[in-house]
Write a protein that binds this ligand. Sequence first.
Ligand SMILES: Cc1cc2nc3c(=O)[nH]c(=O)nc-3n(C[C@H](O)[C@H](O)[C@H](O)COP(=O)(O)O)c2cc1C
Length: 354
Amino acid sequence: MGSLTQNARRCVTRTPCTTSTCKAASDNIKIGNVEIKSCLALAPMAGITDMPLRQLVRKFSKNCLLTTEMISSEMLMQNRPDEHEKITVFKNNEYPLAFQISGHKPFMMAKAAKILADKGASIIDINMGCPVKKVVSGGDGSALMRTPQLAADIVKAVKDTVDIPVTVKFRLGYTASEQNFMEFASLMQSAGADAMTIHCRTRSQMYSGNADWGAIAQIKKEIRVPVFANGDIVSPETAKECLEKAGTDGIAVARGVLGQPDLIYRIEHYLSTGEILPEPDIVQKIELLKEHISDEIKLRGEKVAMQFVRKFYPYYIRGIRDAAIYRGRLVTETDFNRVMEILDLIAKTETAAI
Ligand SMILES: Cc1cc2nc3c(=O)[nH]c(=O)nc-3n(C[C@H](O)[C@H](O)[C@H](O)COP(=O)(O)O)c2cc1C
């Protein structure tokens, strides 16, 4: 069996991709003074886009913009290093790397941004899209779409405090009848935002229903800073469709990387060459999962890591025969060696079946 990188060089399909969208999509994107040699970003996911996951994405995509998990400005101010260290730790190969902050108090957000800029962030991204009740009830996340002036004040305060680019991530609006993304985008740009990512759903939709990429088709007529479209990009083909429908400079991928951390690389490759690269096979996925587990253990220690990684198992073994049985065994197992045995068994059984 060849390595994943070797396999990735073997193209299974070549679909010439000559549209202007694809050509534009393979161009670099400049966010303030930060040059991204890709039009792809890893979108932030709390509890997911930690250093080990970002390292796996970077193993394949050398140039995409990576983003940390959301970091609460209030938590950062409490100065309990052991609590936020695991969220803010990174390696130099992760650049360009955006740190995402959440909160609703401009001075707190500015202070948090300063700490993270000093720590080495390339970009500060501000969360204005989180739909979770606990978050919005405090006025953070997508609640800021209902308080646009406060959202603008946050951007201004952060811009005045750090000398790195500041970006915002928001949704179409709070509810279907409050889709204010266009005015909101203009206001964020006027406040100084250097780029923005739009998750093409409303807050009320949470994560259900299809992302409506076409809803933001007009955005580039008004917004001159780079815009990334986000939501439901799970393959090279959906990436291309999203770019064509949304007409944005770039795209941000979140859940699509679960179980396939090479997805962003495969999308980049497709957009620039028209080649569809093969997805990793199950043996390669198991190798990636083992690497993921081992990096989580280095970050969190074995006991915590073995609980933490349970959420990832279903994605890596999705689609194999008896996936439900293996999943059931893996998610109840806390012993590292036993998990490795189950993973080896899956790889062996699947290889024998080919
Ligand atoms: C588990 C999980 C955690 C998330 N955490 C964040 C977050 O911390 N900050 C943020 O802006 N969006 C967060 N999101 C939203 C994603 O960045 C993205 O906007 C959303 O999942 C839609 O994109 P996708 O269809 O590519 O997943 C999260 C999503 C998920 C599923």
